[in-house]
Design a protein around this ligand. Structure first.
Ligand code: CAA
Length: 390
């Protein structure tokens, strides 16, 4: 039985910070950001916007199109949890008016957990082939102000319908995976900003890629040259380039032709350049970027996927694009979400950045004037978050 991704929908904040503005403020040559790291803009969440509202906005088109008929599981993957106990997915279920006979839980392992969610979802479909699973990955990538990680911030969410006989991507069963206890990126419960050993994290990403690939290659009939494209976890554009150069070299192609790296990954990078890191959502935003921007018909092409979650867990997977996948794309809607964002001044960026949900248990209402799509976090009272439809 074929199992995989039947539909994908993406959402990001209505505001972005241009990296030229950040470079000017930090007195850094803007080419370091645009060329060295490969980031041009980053989506910035507005006051009243969090992983719940981003997720609900990403999944809303499924509600409007009846794509969620036959779903009764919602798997929510995030690094940016809003509660130690309650799954953010329960709020999303409420905002989307999904039926009460639903099961919901949250997955965590940094940026990797959306792939854990995908594996679980595919296992559920294998058990109940007539059912579909709603998988949502939603995150806000946040580093300290004036730290090297600041340029790699971003936010966004993807919603996916996982089903039998999928109309977009059929996933293979074989995958290679690797775990090692590392402190390359982490976020203690009391912090809103991630802590990161940036250089070590990029080395660990590559090490984990190669170890995952080795296991994958030992059990799959697919070889490096069988894949037309590779979708990587995308903390920033340049990371995918570095990773793919290593994987190409590991597969005996030396010197590595830059043209080959470009063919394999360039179309996966259009959205991350302007949206920034979206942690769990990033690998699927890379996939969407490829499917929506490739000038070629990708039907029947094989794709490689590498997910990396610091700390660390990685997995290399593969899949095949279903012929006719173009009919499932909503490129104009996604393009409009990105193109219609408003640029922030540096001062507004700092205001958005420092806006925090108060922790005093009092009643607080959040400003209504910012665009947060169809949903907003209206306030908090007695430590209870209050969401509303806009
Ligand atoms: N023009 C062009 N290029 C320039 C330049 C200029 N004027 N100035 C510098 N550069 C280049 C550098 O040569 C360097 O290139 P290489 O990487 O090819 O050597 C590149 O710009 C970056 O410069 P630095 O080496 O000085 O890097 P930095 O100290 O500013 O930090 C970073 C870069 C480590 C990525 C940092 O942004 C960071 O810590 N980011 C967050 C962590 C992260 O994203 N890690 C990725 C792996 S972990 C993961 O994937 C999980 C996750 O989502 C977090």
């Amino acid at each position: 039985m074929k199992i995989g991704i039947d539909q994908i929908s993406f959402y990001t904040s209505s505001y972005f910070l241009d990296m030229k503005v950040l470079a000017r403020e930090r007195q850094i040559d803007s080419k370091k950001y645009s060329v060295g790291i490969g980031q041009h803009q980053a989506s910035v969440p507005a006051p009243g916007e969090d992983t719940v509202t981003l997720a609900a906005n990403a999944a809303m088109p499924f509600v409007e199109s009846d794509a969620l008929a036959n779903t009764d599981w919602l798997i929510f993957a995030t690094e940016t949890g809003i509660d130690q106990s309650k799954s953010a997915g329960v709020y999303v279920h409420d905002l989307l008016d999904l039926p009460p006979n639903y099961r919901i839980f949250e997955c965590k392992q940094a940026c990797y957990s959306s792939i854990a969610g995908l594996q679980i979802a595919m296992g559920l479909v294998e058990r109940f082939p007539e059912k579909k699973v709603l998988l949502i990955a939603s995150d806000i990538a946040r580093y300290g102000i004036r730290t090297p990680g600041e340029v790699t911030q971003g936010c966004g969410a993807v919603a996916l319908v996982i089903s039998a006989n999928p109309r977009m991507i059929t996933m293979d069963k074989e995958s290679g995976f690797f775990t090692q206890n590392t402190m390359d990126f982490w976020r203690p419960n009391y912090r809103r900003e991630a802590l990161v050993d940036g250089k070590a994290s990029t080395r660990q990403y590559i090490h984990t890629l190669i170890e995952s690939w080795k296991q994958y290659a030992s059990i799959s009939k697919n070889t490096f040259n069988d894949f037309s494209h590779y979708c990587y976890h995308l903390p920033f554009t340049k990371m995918a380039e570095k990773a793919h150069t290593h994987l190409t070299r590991f597969n005996g192609i030396t010197p590595v032709p830059t043209g080959l790296v470009k063919i394999h990954i360039e179309d996966t990078l259009h959205y991350v350049r302007t949206v920034g890191n979206t942690y769990t959502a990033a690998i699927f935003i890379g996939l969407l970027s490829l499917l929506e921007n490739s000038s070629k018909d990708l039907g029947n092409r094989k794709l490689g996927f590498f997910s990396y979650g610091s700390g660390c867990v990685g997995e290399f997977l593969s899949g095949t694009v279903e012929p006719g996948y173009e009919q499932m794309l909503t490129k104009q809607r996604h393009k409009a979400i990105i193109d219609n964002r408003s640029g922030l001044s540096y001062e507004d960026y700092e205001y958005f950045y420092h806006f925090a949900v108060p922790q005093d248990g009092g009643r607080h209402c959040f400003p209504k004037k910012y665009n947060t799509g169809k949903f907003r976090l209206a306030g908090i009272e007695k430590h209870k978050r209050i969401y509303e439809k806009v």
